[in-house]
Design a protein around this ligand. Structure first.
Ligand SMILES: Nc1ncnc2c1ncn2[C@@H]1O[C@H](COP(=O)(O)OP(=O)(O)O)[C@@H](O)[C@H]1O
Ligand SMILES: O=C(O)C1=C[C@@H](OP(=O)(O)O)[C@@H](O)[C@H](O)C1
Ligand SMILES: [Mg+2]
Length: 171
């Protein structure tokens, strides 16, 4: 049985984009990242979209790009951290992908996120405790994924290999 399309989920900074690219290369799959697709389509960066049109508009674009690519084959899709929260997105992810949550302790996420100016949600949640609240709110959805990888201090390479093991066991 061929390996299903894989969607990577998790909070900002958990490594969805980094691991997704590597995983796709290892599997010989196409790599797509919803944020990059949105940037390509709109000709604007994610922070520019948030600034000019607001988060609501960004969330509509997320659903659009997910719908566009969900039926493609041999795909690794790295999602934006908020994408699985919308029920219609979650339903589509569950139908079309093996969903994989990359679980990383919040302390590690905070270290990575705080060093990166390209994440507009930091403006809305400018303090560690505020962002942690958002993380905790999202956890229950992420934990419904088909596969949970407790990434700890693992390297992207190790995480990609662990996902391949799970994906092969699944088919
Ligand atoms: N397993 C890892 N170990 C160490 N650093 C990582 C790991 N995965 C990602 N990173 C780093 O963390 C940051 C966020 O990674 P990214 O792939 O953009 O996460 P996401 O797409 O989930 O927001 C990047 O600087 C990346 O190099
Ligand atoms: O968590 C979120 O709501 C967001 C996560 C970002 O993607 P990453 O999770 O890849 O950083 C990006 O989609 C946008 O800044 C909003
Ligand atoms: Mg990303």
């Amino acid at each position: 049985m061929p390996i299903k399309n894989i969607a990577l989920l998790g909070f900002m900074g958990c490594g969805k984009t980094t691991v997704g690219r590597l995983l796709a290369r290892k599997l010989g799959f196409r790599f797509l990242d919803t944020d990059s697709l949105i940037e390509e389509k709109s000709g604007l960066s994610i922070p520019q979209i948030f600034e000019r049109f607001g988060e609501k508009h960004f969330r509509k674009l997320e659903t659009q790009v997910l719908e566009e690519v969900a039926s493609w084959k041999k795909l690794v899709l790295s999602t934006g951290g908020g994408l699985p929260m919308k029920d219609e997105n979650w339903k589509l992810l569950q139908e079309k992908f093996l969903t994989v949550f990359i679980e990383v302790p919040f302390e590690t996420l905070w270290r990575r996120i705080a060093a990166d100016p390209g994440r507009p949600l930091l403006r809305r949640y400018p303090r560690k405790d505020l962002l942690e609240k958002l993380y905790l709110e999202r956890l229950s959805r992420y934990r419904q994924a088909d596969v949970i990888i407790s990434a700890g201090e693992s390297t992207p390479e190790e995480i990609a290999e662990a996902i391949i093991d799970h994906a092969q066991a699944d088919c």
